[in-house]
Ligand binder design. Structure first.
Ligand SMILES: NC(=O)c1ccc[n+]([C@@H]2O[C@H](COP(=O)([O-])OP(=O)(O)OC[C@H]3O[C@@H](n4cnc5c(N)ncnc54)[C@H](OP(=O)(O)O)[C@@H]3O)[C@@H](O)[C@H]2O)c1
Length: 321
């Protein structure tokens, strides 16, 4: 299957972002290389990672090998990584991005996101979850605008083609949009059939910001904040029924639905047949009637409540959106 099959969405930076990418959270060296290599062979060109996932180096090795073998071109790839919360202070932003670039063995990333509005105290570059003397999360309150100005400099210096935000709420995004010289091109938030983020999506659209849906399959194997009472999205009877009608799997229906609703999706898998199946979503269409049925599933269910940073003054999910 050709990589050209994945439509691209125009960002306000002028870049074109593939609407399907491979997520890599919880993909470690034993499986991430195989997953990324296979995904590139299948036709994925968009890879989502983050400094905090600890797998940029592995991804960089695979990307470099594929480029050197002439199997992919750097300009066809869309690589996304994220600034971790311990690097919000202006003096840490560009050095942290440069570290990510070195890990990824590239001169620029296509999209650089602020991972989380909650800043943490910088102690050293490997301590991602610093705690104070009482063992509480050690927060840092760098003004988001001061961090954002450094991301703008990263664009000026050619280190990032586009910049954006992740896990920010409307109020936090609005503040950046009002004073930014370079507007955010993309917002990455949890989004799936149980949590379509309609108000935030509409707000972003008004401001020319695209929305990437993380956890698009309902993050069935997430490590944190697992509530055993949460319904399993992939097993929802409405999703299963529509999948049967379409001759597709529940995962394919969930991804296709999000794309039809204007979201960019980054399903994660380390399993080759799933990586391939998750890519095969451009040869069918969910009917308006079934789109409406899927719309009925929306229930503001957060699989990732981020309760580990709920005491931060910038905790984003206190606001309704
Ligand atoms: N910005 C943020 O704060 C943030 C937070 C969370 C996630 N993300 C990004 O978003 C990506 C996706 O989110 P996520 O990984 O949390 O959740 P997800 O993509 O909704 O779900 C991933 C899980 O679903 C399984 N899976 C994949 N394809 C499947 C299929 N076709 N059928 C059945 N199960 C399938 C995977 O298992 P196997 O791997 O075992 O196949 C994996 O355990 C992440 O990897 C990361 O890149 C960003």
């Amino acid at each position: 299957m050709s990589a050209q099959i994945v439509p691209r969405i125009l960002l306000n930076s002028g870049q074109r972002m593939p609407v399907l990418g491979l997520g890599t959270y919880q993909s470690k060296s034993d499986n991430v290389k195989e997953a990324v290599s296979y995904a590139l062979d299948v036709g994925y060109r968009h890879i989502d990672t983050a400094y905090s996932y600890g797998n940029e180096q592995d991804i960089g090795e695979v990307v470099q090998e594929k480029i050197q073998k002439g199997l992919v071109k750097r300009e066809d790839l869309f690589i996304v990584t994220k600034l971790w919360s311990t690097f919000h202070k202006p003096e840490h932003v560009i050095p942290s991005l440069k570290k990510s670039l070195a890990n990824l063995q590239v001169d620029y990333v296509d999209l650089y996101l602020v991972h989380n509005p909650c800043g943490f105290k910088y102690t050293d570059e490997s301590n991602l979850f610093p705690t104070d003397a009482d063992n509480n999360v050690w927060y840092d309150q760098t003004d988001h605008m001061d961090t954002w100005k450094e991301l703008e400099k990263a664009v000026d210096q050619g280190l990032a083609k586009s910049i954006g935000l992740s896990n920010f709420n409307k109020r936090q995004i609005e503040r950046i949009v009002q004073s930014a010289r370079i507007k955010p091109a993309n917002l990455q938030v949890e989004c799936h059939a149980y949590f379509m983020q309609k108000p935030l999506f509409d707000f972003c659209k008004q401001h020319g910001i695209t929305l990437t849906a993380y956890g698009p399959l309902g993050a069935p194997t997430r490590l944190f904040s697992v509530n055993p009472n949460d319904p399993v999205l992939l097993e929802d009877p409405v999703v299963v029924e529509i999948a049967k009608l379409c001759g597709k799997t529940p995962a394919q229906v969930l991804l296709r639905y999000l794309i039809q609703m204007g979201r960019i999706v980054i399903p994660k898998s380390k399993t080759t047949n799933r990586i391939k199946a998750n890519f095969e979503i451009f040869d069918f269409e969910i009917s308006p009637e079934n789109v409406a049925k899927l719309g009925g599933l929306d229930r503001h269910l957060r699989y990732y409540p981020f309760d580990w940073c709920k005491d931060s003054v910038e905790f984003p999910f206190r606001d309704s959106y």
